[in-house]
Ligand binder design. Structure first.
Ligand code: MLC
Ligand code: AMP
Length: 498
């Protein structure tokens, strides 16, 4: 096989007249046109000296060209490194240099701000627009040979130590998961998926896009989540994928009815826990039972409620075919059904390690190949997994992962702050919202506005606490560890609306 992922997702669409991308301006790109553009863009990348195995870091707005760039990297054997558009230049600095990227691709609006980032990392820089313009007159690049275990992408995930880790995903990781999901969810060329997720994370890029490519279906590409646009697209669509906030916001729309969703065959939720209550409300309004699945950057998707069979609210279903899941104790020994333990997974979907961090990889990988997810769960007698908590200090807000440590380190540097703890508490819209709990230095008073100004520009907006609280001291256990559960209890109503 010349190029594992190209063969699995793209090669078969060469010359195809079937629709792939329905765009907001009313135009449609066929699969064939999409693949042909990728083949020319691959030549432009190669012409710039980007070699197979090199990393291309990408921070661009959602667009069809951004999806072309992804396919072009696969074709040229380049490692695709997508970055959240909310990240600030100082956050990008770390990713681009840590990944030792050969090229940083950005938008015209950010070119000036990111030029020093690229220079500092000894990387080239180009706007996507310029690359695409160049590709118009370019030759078609040959398909670069890539084996199943070659890298296709690196996706950075934050860590509990505050330093982001680059999860290395191989061609086989992505291809095997796209195949498993497309089978499990009965995707066909007749499907049209409403795509309103960002394309720099696993959910929007690999789950929604790869599954549709695998089946030869189409995407209605929407720039961002807008409940009205989703309802307007439903008569032309069959599938929606989203984070739980999509579903709670859709439920706020009076127009969400059985009639509006009549042509849809599947609603998938993931990236954060879907409340059983949301599941029930959605069913009573539309007659559809949301299908909840579970995954993470390092593993792609691990478990899914069944397409046919019982979709059990509050669970993420059984392991996907080919994937093994165990709920284990601290030594990796499986616990009994119904008992809480750490979720561990093994299979062709599991990444091959953290970029240039063999120690971190070893910490999270058992000798028998199981990856320790850091999620807490239970397995029922009949194999349904329920995620009941997290062993890692992680907050998930609107489907975005936020590691408190990263924010605490910045807060602690601010004059007047002695120490801080960042926690996630229930938020009606985002699932969890961030609260920063601050201890002032003796004699100091904390000016919340000044604290927020100090964070601005240093970390993405979605990582900035929505509320700041001042306390005299942080609760600690006998080992001196901050008791975040105590703080979560104390501030649990921070975002309560009624
Ligand atoms: C936006 N904001 C958020 C936020 N999203 N704050 C906290 N958490 C979030 N998730 C902030 C913005 O910074 C801005 O702040 C304000 O909210 C309005 O911005 P917006 O762009 O208008 O927000 P909105 O469109 O309402 O976005 C909400 C959302 C979006 C839920 C639609 O966050 C989203 O699309 N989330 C999906 C994330 C995702 O794809 N996750 C998958 C990860 S993969 P201000 O102050 O500047 O006004 C993964 C693996 C797996 O987890 O299993 O799938
Ligand atoms: P990320 O690192 O951004 O890929 O996020 C992965 C994390 O999201 C997982 O480790 C879980 O904590 C969480 N997650 C994903 N899907 C679900 C789900 N259906 N229910 C609960 N948590 C989920």
């Amino acid at each position: 096989m010349p190029n594992h992922l190209w063969a699995a997702l793209f090669a078969r669409h060469e010359g195809s007249d079937a629709p792939f991308l329905h765009l907001p301006d009313g135009t449609t790109w066929t699969h064939g046109a999409y693949v042909a553009r990728a083949a020319r863009l691959a030549a432009v990348l190669t012409g710039k000296g980007v070699a197979p195995g090199d990393r291309v870091a990408v921070q661009v707005a959602k667009s069809p060209d951004a999806l072309v760039l992804y396919a072009a990297c696969v074709r040229a054997g380049i490692v695709f490194l997508p970055l959240n558009t909310g990240y600030t230049p100082s956050e990008l600095d770390y990713f681009v240099s840590d990944a030792d990227a050969a090229l940083l691709v950005c938008d015209p609006e950010t070119l000036d701000a990111l030029r020093p980032v690229a220079e500092g990392a000894d990387a080239g820089i180009a706007t996507l627009d310029a690359l695409v313009a160049e590709a118009e007159g370019a030759e078609v690049a040959p398909v670069t040979e890539r084996r199943a275990d070659d890298l296709a992408a690196i996706l950075y995930t934050s860590g509990t130590t505050g330093r982001s880790k680059g999860a290395m995903l191989t061609h086989a990781n992505l291809a095997s998961n796209a195949e498993a999901l497309s089978d499990a969810w009965r995707f066909t060329a007749e499907d049209t998926l409403i795509h309103a997720l960002p394309i720099f994370h696993t959910h929007g890029l690999f789950v929604a896009t790869n599954v549709t490519l695998m089946a030869g279906g189409a995407l209605i590409l929407q720039p961002k989540f807008d409940p009205e646009a989703i309802l307007a697209a439903m008569p032309r669509a069959t599938v929606l994928m989203g984070v739980p906030t999509f579903y709670t916001r859709l439920l706020d729309q009076p127009d969400l009815t059985r009639d509006a969703t009549r042509g849809m065959r599947l609603f998938v939720s993931g990236s954060a826990p879907l409340l059983a209550e949301t599941h029930r409300q959605f069913e009573s309004r539309t007659g559809h039972r949301i299908l909840e699945r579970y995954g993470m950057t390092e593993t792609n998707m691990n478990a899914s409620n069944p397409y046919e069979g019982e979709r059990r609210p509050g669970t993420v279903g059984p392991a996907l075919p080919g994937v093994e899941i165990r709920v284990a104790d601290a030594e990796g020994r499986p616990v009994s059904a119904g008992e809480v333990g750490t979720v561990e997974v093994r299979g062709p979907n599991v990444f091959c390690g953290y970029w240039r961090m063999p120690d971190k990889t070893a910490e999270e990988m058992r000798p028998d190949g199981f990856f320790i997810t850091g999620d807490l769960g239970t397995l029922s007698e009949d194999g349904y997994l329920a995620i009941v908590g997290r062993a890692k200090d992680l907050v998930i807000s609107g489907g975005y992962n936020i590691y408190p440590k990263e924010i605490e380190m910045l807060l602690d540097e601010i004059p007047g702050i002695l120490e801080s703890a960042v926690i996630g508490v229930p938020h009606p819209d985002m699932g969890e919202g961030l609260v920063g709990v601050l201890v002032p230095e003796p004699g100091a008073t904390i000016d919340s506005d000044a604290v927020m100004r100090a964070l601005d520009g240093r970390i993405a907006r979605f990582k900035q606490p929505r509320q700041l609280e001042t306390v005299e001291e942080l609760p600690r256990n006998t080992m001196g560890k901050v008791q975040k559960d105590v703080l979560r209890g104390r501030f649990e109503n921070a975002f309560k609306t009624d």
